[in-house]
Design a protein around this ligand. Structure first.
Ligand code: 4NP
Length: 158
């Protein structure tokens, strides 16, 4: 069975997209359906390649019951558009960056929060924020991850 590829993308791949990846992995593992997915995250910039997620995000994840400490930042690659079926941007800048790389990308490139019920479409960048901003980030990306998984289950597993 072909795995469904899900890729989360932000500017640095150290704050928002690692939390989105971790939240989505956590939901998938709770359902015992890890083997049906290929899950990753990536940056539109090269600024933090090989860095671990921001420690404030790691702590927010641990409080929510999952560990993102082994993730490492990487840059988005052109072949990601072939490999991943769903590519989720945290904000409109990420989205337009990706569309400029490959406007014909077959993957679904869209805003993660289209799948959320929180009434906003972009995940604010918490990089210059405090611990509470990272908790708010996790709350937002978690709601997007939940809605995304429900949509994938409806589209592919029902
Ligand atoms: P992210 O946050 O895109 O959610 O990983 C940022 C990380 C680093 C920087 C900006 C945003 N930076 O300016 O280095």
């Amino acid at each position: 069975m072909k795995r469904i590829g899900v890729l989360f993308v932000c500017l640095g791949n150290i704050c928002r997209s690692p939390l989105a990846e971790g939240a989505f992995r956590h939901l998938v593992s709770e359902k015992g359906i890890e083997d049906r997915f290929l899950i990753d995250s990536a940056a539109t910039s090269s600024w933090h390649i090989d860095s671990a997620p921001d420690s404030r995000g790691q702590n927010a994840a641990l409080l929510a019951g999952f560990d993102i400490s082994s993730q490492r930042a990487r840059k988005l690659r052109p072949d990601d558009f072939e490999i991943f079926h769903y590519i989720l941007a945290m904000d409109r800048n990420n989205l337009s960056h990706m569309k400029s790389i490959d406007p014909e990308a077959p993957a679904k490139v869209e805003l993660l929060l289209k799948y959320s019920d929180r009434g906003i479409l972009e995940v604010p960048d918490p990089y210059y924020g405090d611990v509470e901003d990272f908790q708010a980030t996790l709350d937002l990306v978690g709601s997007g991850a939940k809605g995304l998984l429900e949509a994938i289950e409806r589209e592919h597993f029902s």
